[in-house]
Design a protein around this ligand. Structure first.
Ligand code: UD1
Length: 476
């Protein structure tokens, strides 16, 4: 294995120094004096308070107003980075968000043998020297779910892979049975020992893979594995999320042969190992971060122009938000899409259920429940993807929300106001929802567990403060 390049993330105790600014030699390293310390979770489900952990304080302010740039999508960029395992040479990914998960994924890929550097803000250059160590160790895999995305590329590229079994998140177990069944249908053999999943296949072959459920991660792993398989692989009931489409486009730019991009049936004609070439690609904008700014305006009032928000990636969400009384108007300026969001009245309650794309994403749900907490009326929210994903509700109740949960359902009785209190972020999206709730709460809301927010949000505090929110990040 070639020596990995300079570390993209420097571990400082339990904090990771993340800086997507270039250093003098172009390496993506921490920058003394100017780096942003993004604390990362000690692991899924970790509850212990990290010494020196930052806190966010939010006070209810008046209307929000101004312009917000929507950053690139976490759930895409991590997969694009993993896809660089497939092609020797240097690929370039732009619109990379400054988030802790990018640093963790970088560490994992560096351990496998890739080199990562950031020549300028928001750009990652990923070099694959061809000599890879197909092992994903526990210490890195347990920190982000997306580490499972190295399985398909490493297996198809190297013929074998040893991957620590991924753990759950705070919102429950997340099995990988569909990933394994799909790869087995393509000829892979699996065994589990000492917490590691070992997969082997000299060369995968094409297969018909039919998912019971359109899993995002399983679609991405079968797709990437099929790129070098012998023959044609058809994935039925494939996930259609914009981030899956983004990965398909990157793979096609590398020379993969994929049909049906954006549909529920993906057909991949395998090409020879070694025939993919590096590519340049811009990460799709983050629809969940965009939804966070919509929710902020919905509860605080005002008007924001969200630049690089793609309305057509959020159709169902926008329909429900309009039902609630939020005004949303797509626009295009100089070829860049955007969305104008405004709200001047109290929200109206409306029932919502989460579904695979193009349905309402489960990742929006904490934001939606927060909006409904201050809406006029009663709403039922149904979770169809992760049964246990209601943990943040206890925190909203501490802020005065009236919410009851029962299995997959939450009944939300809207209150005129929430009241500020200390609350904890239990995962990325729940953390953002706490911030939004703070905008709707009288007095001060302090949010701990900020390391979860840092995993997926690119300067949420700075972006909200710039449009008039009374919000501060206190470093310890
Ligand atoms: C991705 C997103 C996550 C989002 C989710 C659903 C990333 C890094 N994460 O997660 O933010 O909430 O899509 O939109 O992109 N399942 C199985 N067996 C499997 C695979 C999945 O039972 O083999 C179940 C899961 O437990 C879950 C559901 O299917 O209940 C959805 O999972 P999946 O679509 O695979 O989500 P992820 O790719 O893990």
């Amino acid at each position: 294995m070639e020596q990995a390049g300079p570390g993209v993330a420097e571990i400082v105790g339990t904090a990771v120094a993340v800086d997507l600014m270039s250093s003098h030699d172009g390496a993506l390293t921490s920058r003394h004096g100017g780096s942003i310390l993004l604390p990362v979770s000690a692991g899924p489900g970790s509850e212990s308070r990290v010494d020196g952990e930052p806190i966010i304080t939010v006070r209810r302010a008046g209307d929000l107003s101004g312009r917000v740039m929507v950053p690139g999508a976490k759930n895409s960029v991590l997969k694009l980075m993993a896809a660089c395992l497939l092609a020797d040479g240097t690929s370039e990914i732009s619109n990379v968000p400054r988030i802790a998960d990018v640093s963790i994924m970088s560490e994992l890929l560096e351990a496998i043998g890739l080199r990562l550097e950031s020549p300028e803000t928001g750009v990652l250059r990923v070099t694959n020297p061809g000599d890879l160590t197909p092992v994903a160790p526990y210490e890195l895999v347990e920190r982000i779910r997306a580490s499972i995305n190295v399985l398909g590329p490493l297996l198809t590229r190297c013929g074998h892979v040893r991957l620590s079994l991924p753990g759950g998140d705070d919102f429950g177990a997340r099995p990988i049975d569909m990933h394994i069944a799909g790869l087995e249908a393509m000829g892979a053999e699996f065994k589990v020992s000492h917490g590691y999943l070992e997969a082997r296949a000299d060369r995968l072959h094409g297969a018909e893979v039919v998912f019971d459920f359109p899993s995002v991660g399983a679609t991405e792993n079968i797709l990437t594995a099929a790129v070098f398989a012998d023959g044609v692989t058809r994935i039925d009931n494939a996930a259609r999320e914009p981030e899956v489409v983004d990965l398909c486009r990157f793979l096609v730019a590398m020379g993969a042969d994929i049909e049906g991009v954006g549909t529920a049936t993906l057909t991949v004609r395998g090409v020879e190992r070694g025939s993919l070439r590096p590519a340049t690609h811009r990460t799709v904008p983050d629809r969940v971060q965009a939804a966070t700014y919509i929710a902020a305006v919905a509860v605080a009032g005002g008007e924001l122009e969200m630049v690089d928000a793609h309305a057509n990636h959020m159709d169902m969400l926008l329909a429900r938000c309009r039902d609630m009384g939020v005004d949303l108007e797509p626009f295009t300026t100089d070829g860049v899409e955007g969305l104008r969001v405004s709200c001047s009245q109290r929200l109206r309650a409306t029932d919502v259920q989460t579904l695979p794309y193009p349905g309402i994403a489960t990742d929006y749900k904490p934001l939606i429940i927060t909006m409904l907490s201050v809406a006029d009326g009663v709403a039922i929210v149904t979770e169809n993807l992760y049964p246990g994903r209601f943990r943040y509700v206890e925190e909203l109740i501490r802020l005065g929300a009236d919410i009851r949960t029962d299995g997959h359902h939450a009944v939300v009785r809207g209150q005129p106001r929430l009241s500020g209190a200390p609350v904890r972020a239990h995962d990325i999206r729940a953390g953002a929802a706490m911030v939004v709730a703070g905008l709707a709460a009288e007095g001060t809301t302090t949010i701990s567990g900020v390391r979860h927010i840092d995993r997926g949000y690119d300067d949420l505090v700075g972006r909200l403060a710039a449009v008039g929110a009374d919000i501060t990040r206190v470093e310890d």
